[in-house]
Ligand binder design. Sequence first.
Ligand code: GDG
Length: 501
Amino acid sequence: MTTSSSGETYDFVVVANRLPVDSVSQPDGSSGWRMSPGGLVAALEPLMKASDGAWVGWPGAPDVELDPFEHEGIRMVPIALNGEEIENYYEGFSNDTLWPLYHDVIAQPGYHREWWEAYVAVNRRFAEAAARISDTGATVWVHDYQLQLVPGMLRETRPDLTIGFFNHIPFPAYGIFSQLPWRRQIISGLLGADIIGFQRVADAGNFSRAVRRLFGYETKGTRVWVPVGDSSDETTGDRSSVRGAPVRRVIARAFPISIDATSYVELAGQPEVQARARQIREELGNPKTIMLGVDRLDYTKGIGHRLKAFGELLAEHRVDVEDVTLVQVASPSRERVASYMQLRDEIELTVGRINGDYGSIGHTAINYLHQGYPREEMVALYLAADIMLVTALRDGMNLVAKEYVATRADLGGVLILSEFAGASDDLRQALLINPHDIDGVKDAIIAAIDMPHAERRRRMRALRKRVLENDVVKWSRVFLDELAHASTSHPVSHEHPEERK
Ligand code: GDG
């Protein structure tokens, strides 16, 4: 940290929609902060402490105007949002325009100009805060779809900065992305970064195609050459880069995110957590097979598809409610967005029907839990589950799949994994499914129930190797190393990409 007349500045600044802390009430009635659990915090915490970094983000409640503060060695720089901004920037443009659009329009995106205007204004507030607190030549790492304009805005005011961006959700094919009325502004905003990270190779490819189609810039492999001075020009219609004009090189490539694997292994090894897992099995009546789903209640997660598959298996007597039970944790999410309210009604209707049609006294087909749980309880559930069902229709990565694998040091359990989740690129030893193919999902469930012990162990051993070798600490190190390299290896050049070897 450096202190000057303009205030404190930092060498390493993370910018994300949310600060990594939740407000908690203390027993004495006062309020304090608690680090929010999550992979990103786990990955960046040691780094933030070591490099004396700052984190810019929204504290999570409306109209909270706070001065920067320190929590567990991390400098927090809060950005205030009022109720209208939360409605338009966060619930509107972020969660009801970009989220469905980027997840292949599973739900219809809303396109509203006032949402877009709020998105621009709030992105500007984040960018200004980041610019204000960044040292000369600092590294700024911007996260996720809520803040795609920040790299461009920062580049304009602070060309000295090294800027990274990571997109946690998919980036759609151009045919879908091109629906967005503000598609050029979004691409311009992202191109302000030196490195743009995606979950999958396919996402990075979709982005590069959008750059070519909308701006005509040269791209080759993971590299994009952006004419200097054009990176945040939202109005130009020029579709070609001019030979001999100065260019900046931007890298757009996949950096698949992972989990804090060690902490899951440790939790799963605790005797109390293992005892709780046994207790869960007993409380469920010691069925032969426990299946588990853990998701935010979100339409991208394919919860309805997995319920349908299980319901049909029960109806066809391919499984019996006395032998097989499904525990579905659906943690509350975005409860003020209309499409999420509707989804909740649909899921709960389906659960009620299946339980009513196939349950018996003492045996419930689906244990549906619309609640959030502490991490210990989640790990106990992972340990208790014979089959983990991840049936996402589209998912950037899906950390739940990796968490399940990390906890299963006993090499028990079978992972059924959607090929539409980024995790499937890496976790090839899972039973991979297309969630739209209900018969295929049903067959995978039966194959998992019947899978011989030796095959379970063989698959789980291979899956664990992948997750333990590629944890979230490695992910952030690889990203930041590449970012450091990008900032030293590509000064603005007058060479045309075709002349580069
Ligand atoms: C986005 C992308 C990408 C869930 N319920 C509880 C709980 N969780 C935890 C899980 C997991 C996390 O929340 C969910 O992560 P996912 O990756 O599954 O999904 P998104 O929330 O949609 O995350 C996704 C991710 O960003 C990272 O880049 O993988 O594709 O959509 O860690 O365990 N945790 C606790 N109680 C709950 O009730 N403690």
